[in-house]
Design a protein around this ligand. Structure first.
Ligand SMILES: [Zn+2]
Length: 328
């Protein structure tokens, strides 16, 4: 059956290939990588690490990015041109083996890897930073046990990618919801017991045209507050347009690139989400158009915020030699 489906997919690609193949063939806008690099450097998670360093510099981001680029190049790119052509012919895309299509394809794949690595490095593997629950309450309840850092980082990178679809000119926010099945019975889609529930980014209501609502510059404060009323938050979009139900007996989790605001916190809890992974830079702040007072007080939902591992902190204070084991 899979072979039949594969054949059908190839047929589709061949006949009306434009829509799908064009994704790769379409070159990225030239300033895209630079834009993502700049916004990633300013991103809360990177800034939080920078503030923990003696000179607050963000050079570590550049190093993390280089590492990611190398990793993704070896994962996604095909170094040998002949091998690449063979693969294209096998999947019925021999028309892409001719130049300029072939060289364009290879260049666009390189650019795409650059973009992905640049975004991924904004949730870096650095020092002992990760998503940790700062509340001292320890529990054996599996609903409140955190994910392995590697998986949490991966999901947050997905949310970071979503943030770039924003319609808000000031801050892009992305949110993604995953849940974990109680009994593992799903096929090998690579996500184990975890399955996708929904995702979103901050944007005007579905169906609106881009120009329906006024866009204005930062100085026009009151107009901006008015505009803000129309923007639907990433968390709300993810909850509203989810493709699966949130089951009360399963461990469900939302990943948000920013601290959830006072409007979203009760909605997340009300939807039955068990865990929130987010940044806490804005927690406890009150701004003209938005406030983040409820996140800190929220109970019944576990909060894992981007920070230095609190246990590691203690270990360093106690001069535990094992704490430096992996930092050499
Ligand atoms: Zn919100």
């Amino acid at each position: 059956d899979d072979a039949k489906l594969d054949a059908k997919a190839v047929e589709r690609l061949k006949s009306n290939s434009r829509a799908r193949v064009c994704v790769l063939l379409q070159p990225l806008v030239c300033y895209m990588v630079q834009f993502i690099e700049e916004t990633s450097t300013k991103f809360d998670f990177i800034q939080k690490i920078a503030k923990s360093l003696p000179d607050s510099n963000t050079e570590f981001y550049t190093a993390c990015r280089q590492e990611r680029i190398k990793e993704y190049e070896s994962l996604f790119l095909i170094p040998n041109e002949e091998t690449h052509k063979q693969i294209l012919m096998t999947i019925g895309l021999e028309n892409l083996c001719e130049n300029p299509y072939f060289s364009n394809l290879r260049q666009n794949m390189k650019d795409l890897v650059l973009v992905l690595a640049t975004v991924a490095a904004s949730v870096p593997v650095f020092d002992c930073f990760g998503f940790y629950n700062s509340e001292s309450r320890r529990t054996n309840d599996t609903d409140h046990q955190g994910l392995p850092q590697e998986i949490a980082r991966h999901c947050m990178i997905q949310a970071r990618l979503l943030a770039y679809r924003t319609e808000d000119h000031k801050t892009g926010v992305g949110a993604i919801i995953w849940a974990e099945e109680k009994s593992l019975q799903r096929s090998c889609d690579g996500t184990g017991a975890m399955y996708f529930v929904g995702c979103g980014y901050n944007a005007f209501p579905v169906g609106s045209e881009y120009a329906d609502f006024p866009h204005m510059d930062d100085k026009q404060k009151d107009r901006e507050i008015r505009k803000f009323r129309y923007i639907i938050h990433a968390e709300q979009n993810a909850l509203t347009f989810r493709c699966r139900e949130i089951k009360p007996d399963e461990r469900s989790m939302i990943f948000v690139t920013k601290c959830p605001c006072d409007e979203c916190v009760p909605l997340i809890k009300g939807a039955g989400i068990k865990q929130i992974y987010a940044g806490d830079v804005d927690a406890g702040k009150k701004k003209a158009d938005i406030s983040y007072m409820k996140f800190g007080e929220l109970e019944g939902v576990s909060k894992f915020t981007w920070q230095l591992n609190p246990l590691q902190n203690n270990a360093i204070e106690l001069h535990d030699p094992s704490s430096t084991r992996e930092n050499g």
